[in-house]
Design a protein around this ligand. Sequence first.
Ligand code: HEC
Length: 160
Amino acid sequence: MQNPSNRPLLVLVGACATVALLAACASLGSPKDQQSASLLWQKIDGHRQWGFFDSHVGIEDGHGPHGKFVATFLSASAHANQAKPPFGSILVKENYTKNDASALDSFTVMQRIEGYDPENGDWFWARFTPAGKLTHSGKVAMCFDCHFDADGDDFVFLND
Ligand code: HEC
């Protein structure tokens, strides 16, 4: 893992260090971000029919703060370009407290939008409760400060 600019991993020491606290640290974003997030919620309807990373299929052990178990779904363009998801890609991570579909805790979503945030891979970040209530959206520093550590400058871990 490279961290050339030595960006401090404050997320690891802050109050938002664990996913259990993500909801408490809500970061709803600007009104425009919230509007984009509600469109995004519609776009991810049916994401369980989408593909997985070839190397990460189905519900598996979580290796980060997302939850004990996770499943990550890729929109068609991301699935076709897993090494470098192109603009328009959507990645949906389902976060579970147990390896049991009834233990769904939240959806964390990344959408790549050209020009949205070039410094941070042009990703729009969002988190929803299982019922679709938005808790985070937009340029969520807590998300990208950690994802910055992913290899390949794409802020995506599972293709490293
Ligand atoms: C402290 C580090 C950390 C924070 C904070 C974090 N993530 Fe992640 N995220 C990871 C790691 C590690 C993975 C890959 C391992 C896994 O799936 O558990 C990951 C995976 C993902 C994935 C699947 C794509 C990928 O990068 O592999 C999505 C989507 C995602 N996170 C969204 C979010 C969103 C949205 C937020 C903020 C609400 C967020 N993450 C906050 C560490 C973090």
